[in-house]
Structure formats: C-alpha cells, structure tokens
Ligand binder design. Structure first.
Ligand code: SF4
Length: 269
C-alpha cells in the first residue's frame, strides 16, 4: 500500500513521486492507522499473507516514523497472521531495530539498476546509500526484498551486474519492475520494453539467482497477454494489487492465471 505519496526530495528520473517533476499524481501525507488496517484486511481476505507499507521520500523521520511504528503495532494486533513488510527508503540502525521490534519481518529496498548506471538515474543519493540500508536491515534481522527497474536505458550488462550484486547481498526476494514511463518525468519518452526482452531478463535473473523468488512487480502490464509466459521464464512470485502510482492486475485474476498454468499457489513464510 502506498502509505505516503509524492513530494519527495529525491530526483529519481523514473519516479512520479519526485517533487522535481510535475506529474499530477495524487499526493497525500502518511495514511491513518484505520486506512492501513482496512486495506490490510481487504488483501488478507484474498489470501494475501504479506502486507507492506511503502512511503515516498528519501527516508522517514520524526513523527512520521513514530506514527508508522504505531500503525505496524496495530496491524500486528488486528491481523496477527499477516507478515508485515516495510519500504520506507533509506534508514538508520535505530529505525531498523524499531521496525523489527514491532514485528516487521521484511524490508524492501531496491538497488534499482547497476552500480555503473545508478548515477544516470538519480543524483540526490548513491548506489552505496542503498547498499548501506540493505546491510543495516539485514544486521537488524530483517529479511530484505530488493530488485530494480528495467527499461530505463540501461544495457543488458547493467541488468546482469544488478543480478550479481543482488546475489552477493544474499537477496532472496527480487521484484523486477518494468519502467512504465510517466508523463512529466525525464523518462516520459522512454520506449517500453518489448515482451521478449522482459521475458529474457526474467530468465537471466532465474539463471543467476536459482534459489531466489523472482517477483513480478510494477509495469508487468507491458507484457500484455504474455504475462503467463513470465511464470515459465522463471518468475515464481508476484507483488499484487495496485502499484504505487499505477494500476496492477486484480488479485483474483492473478490467482486464476497461476491456477490455469497448473502452478500451485503457496504462501511463503
Ligand atoms: S523512487 Fe523513492 S526516493 Fe526516488 S523520487 Fe521516488 S519516492 Fe523519492
């Protein structure tokens, strides 16, 4: 769930939520506990067992961070079987420890692209800032979900380099987003990747990371009717529901697709 939208100080060129660009997205401050509980219950009723709050911004601090801790506490009380995840940007050790203490089990923080290409996509923080946060999360005992976005102008070698960096970091959950160019961002005119390129990338990630969950994420609508093929190319997990500023598949449609392919749907603990 996008728990805080827009007005971000960072200049990630692909992002609709950056304050550096005029994209017309709906902006809102941190959601209330009631809104989070409502959305978590809706998702849970479809059998979804991981629930993440995702906030815009370089990181969360002060009252916002205290408030999100209170939301996680309440989610834990009201939905004790739900696995809680967080994606709150760059964080410090104390914040990681607090998240762990209120029951958050997974921290999501993408590498986004390769080390070489990162400076092309963002100038307000570095690839190493991202790696530091991943290591802080791991040190605090959180499992880390980290992947990236393809179709931002990177080369095939950049995608392979990112896959090897994720492997080096021991990441088991790897969301692969496909750039969905957003009007108003510097990447508005990027060509959407062809389905064949997306599927080949998924397959290469599967080969490099045989024991990880290669996870469909934002932009997979670019595959159109080829979405099913991704599960044969190596995808074995999916983020479901709507993505941060774009619309995703409906959850029952995803479940139907997976069942139709003859795969067994498992909730991973
Ligand atoms: S990706 Fe995150 S840090 Fe970058 S502009 Fe968007 S919200 Fe801000």
């Amino acid at each position: 769930m996008n728990a805080k939208s827009g007005k971000c100080s960072e200049d990630c060129k692909y992002c609709a939520q950056s304050a550096h660009y005029k994209t017309g997205i709906t902006e809102y401050p941190l959601i209330s506990t009631e809104e989070a509980i409502k959305r978590a219950k809706e998702n849970s009723s479809f059998g979804v067992d991981h629930f993440s709050l995702v906030t815009s911004g370089k990181g969360l601090a002060g009252k916002d961070f205290d408030d999100i801790i209170a939301i996680y506490k309440e989610l834990g009380v009201q939905l004790p079987s739900l696995r809680l995840c967080a994606s709150l940007g760059i964080m410090n050790e104390e914040q990681a420890t607090r998240l762990k203490a209120v029951g958050v089990r997974t921290y999501h923080h993408n590498l986004e692209t390769s080390r070489r290409y990162y400076k092309e996509i963002c100038s307000t923080h570095t690839y190493d800032d991202r790696i530091t946060t991943i290591k802080i999360a791991q040190k605090a005992g959180l499992s880390v979900c980290s992947g990236g976005i393809i179709g931002m102008g990177e080369t095939c070698e950049d995608r392979v380099d990112m896959a090897y960096d994720l492997k080096k970091l021991g990441i088991r959950s790897i969301p692969i987003n496909v750039l969905n160019p957003v009007e108003g961002t510097p990447y508005a005119d990027k060509e959407i990747l062809a389905p064949d390129t997306i599927l080949r990338t998924m397959a290469i990630f599967r080969l490099i990371l045989p024991n990880s969950f290669i996870r469909y994420a934002g932009g997979r609508m670019a595959l159109g009717e080829h979405q099913e093929k991704g599960f044969r190319a190596g995808v074995n997990a999916a983020l479901v529901g709507n993505y941060l500023t774009s619309v995703g598949n409906k959850i029952p449609d995803d479940i139907d697709m997976i069942n139709k392919l003859g795969f067994q749907l498992k909730n991973i603990k």
